[in-house]
Design a protein around this ligand. Structure first.
Ligand SMILES: [Zn+2]
Length: 296
């Protein structure tokens, strides 16, 4: 990322009501800004992702308080990555923070390392992370749980390793609204955090299977981790991209190409096929992940 990259700042004035009582602060397609969800029930309000660093977290908290009007606040995070969860500290005394157990374990294992990694992404990112503290949730759950917000039920679900070890989706079954975190992006190449030897947990095979499960939920509205709010087609499009990347990488590997050769050969073809997708740097990480995992 160059030093000219836009600051990873949440702009809460852009908040949009995507369904009655369901709000999204859009990412404006700025890298390292997530789509943030605020789900309003009769008794409680759930925040989905805090954005990165205490200043962004404070902006999200202010927006949530405005929607809550004194109702109880809950916060969850789709996965442990900094731009999704590293604003949680400002919620510690204001809200009940809920994570799945595997996500908390992953935060403990990798969180501090990711702060250091992200600080190398340029001054704007380092500034956003100034003063960051990694905080534990007040509550954890295993596998899945339901939150009753009063007149509105929200499911927190995980299928284990995919983009991270413990990606969690947030699903409103009555409204069929799905918050995917980084399991799905809209018109942005899938983010493969394949950073061996520090982190090579991303698993494209399992990710594809998780995307099939998300498609089977048949959501009417999909809020991706990054990019525009969409319908279930955005999940299918994402799955087909992963499947193409896998098939082509395995074919080239079977023909004897090493990872560098596979990237050199495949990347231009992928770019040509998805000319309006952003963050092309992730194509190579995806190819390298499938290449490293072949036969695993
Ligand atoms: Zn992520």
């Amino acid at each position: 990322m160059s030093d000219e990259a836009p600051a990873p700042t949440v702009v809460e004035e852009g908040i949009t009501e995507i369904a009655p009582g369901v709000w999204v602060i859009p990412d404006r397609r700025v890298p390292l800004v997530p789509n943030v969800g605020i789900v309003v029930g009769e008794e409680a309000v759930l925040v989905v992702d805090t954005a990165m660093g205490p200043a962004n977290g404070a902006r999200v908290l202010a927006a949530a308080k405005e929607k809550a009007q004194g109702k109880r606040l809950l916060v969850t995070v789709t996965h442990f990555h900094p731009e999704h969860g590293f604003g949680a500290q400002v919620f510690r005394d204001e809200a009940t923070i809920v994570y799945n157990r595997a996500q908390l374990d992953e935060l403990h294992d990798k969180g501090a390392g990711y702060v250091e990694l992200f600080k190398t992404f340029g001054p704007a990112v380092a500034e956003a992370l100034e003063g960051v503290e990694l905080v534990d949730p007040h509550e954890t759950y295993e596998d899945e749980t339901e939150l009753d917000l009063g007149g509105r039920t929200v499911q927190l679900r995980t299928w284990g390793v995919a983009h991270t070890r413990s990606d969690q989706v947030v699903f409103l079954p009555a409204e069929r609204i799905l918050f995917t975190g980084d399991l799905v992006e809209e018109r942005i190449f899938a983010i493969y955090p394949h950073f061996p030897p520090n982190d090579a947990d991303v698993d494209g095979d399992r990710w594809i299977e998780v995307l099939r499960r998300l498609e089977a939920l048949d959501p009417a509205i999909v809020v991706p981790g990054h990019g525009a709010v969409a319908d279930v087609g955005v999940i299918t499009t994402a799955r087909e991209y992963h499947e193409l990347l896998r098939a082509e990488t395995l074919r080239l590997a079977a023909e004897g190409r090493d990872a560098d050769e596979a990237v050199a050969e495949l990347e231009p073809r992928i770019l040509a096929r998805y000319p309006d997708w952003e963050q092309p740097e992730w194509i190579g990480f995806g190819i390298r992940s499938f290449h490293a995992r072949r036969g695993a």
